[in-house]
Design a protein around this ligand. Structure first.
Ligand code: CA
Length: 231
């Protein structure tokens, strides 16, 4: 079962904050509440929530400023709560980096639907951006590669090669296809450079001599990345 998501509410009107909290709890979320922008930034620094519901009109530091500052440190989803009078500010709100907005007065169920939609979108994105096979895990967003949990450094060409392999484990790639994947273009003159990239990639991926290389040479064709470690 998936663990409960933590939603931070930033709202100076206690009645509204309590109403949102009540609905969040009903929908199986964990929620916390702060009533101004400074507290919001501190709270996020201490404990990163999964989503933030951010009122635009706040004392001291307004929601737009808070949103901009948050975006300097995180891409956590943000939903603006905006009073009707602020409607003209919606565009500015999105420029500040929010993911969505709800206009006051709002229906709590509408807000819950938005929260759910954004969190689902995030989940799918996360799954798509992490590729793994056997001992190797590659994160497209952070451009990092782990072998058995150990971070390894790859050149851009090696990273692109590995990404192609992990997108279709066990697929036999020709050198031509691998060259296009790693360099973005194909040139006959460079076909053999793939062999040296593969050699380096193999070496880097074999951080533990007990792990056999997952990259296999297929005679007369090219290479494949085996998803199975025992061969
Ligand atoms: Ca307010």
């Amino acid at each position: 079962m998936s663990e409960k998501k933590h939603i931070l509410i930033v709202e100076d009107e206690i009645k509204i904050a309590s109403l949102i909290q009540k609905y969040l709890v009903l929908h199986e979320y964990i929620s916390s509440h702060v009533s101004n922008g400074i507290e919001a930034l501190n709270s996020v620094k201490n404990c990163m929530p999964d989503l933030i519901i951010l009122d635009v009109m706040l004392p001291h530091l307004d929601g737009l400023e808070v949103c901009k500052k948050l975006r300097e440190m995180t891409d956590v989803p943000i939903i603006f709560l905006s009073a009707r009078i602020e409607e003209v500010d919606h565009l500015i709100g999105f420029e500040a980096g929010a993911d969505d907005y709800v206009t006051k007065p709002f229906r709590p169920l509408e807000l819950m639907a938005r929260v759910k939609a954004i969190l689902n979108r995030r989940n799918h994105k996360k799954v798509e951006n992490v590729l793994s096979a056997g001992a190797v895990t590659l994160n497209v967003d952070t451009h990092s590669v782990y072998v058995k949990g150990r971070l390894i450094k790859l050149t851009l060409n090696e990273f692109n090669l590995l990404r192609a392999f992990l997108e279709y484990p066990n697929k036999v790639y020709s050198r031509q296809e691998l060259l296009t994947a790693s360099h973005g273009k194909y040139s006959e003159n460079y076909e053999r450079t793939i062999d040296s990239h593969i050699k380096n990639l193999r070496k880097k991926l074999t951080v533990d001599t007990l792990i056999p290389s997952q990259i296999e040479s297929i005679y007369g064709v090219g290479y494949k990345f085996s998803s199975n470690l025992s061969h």
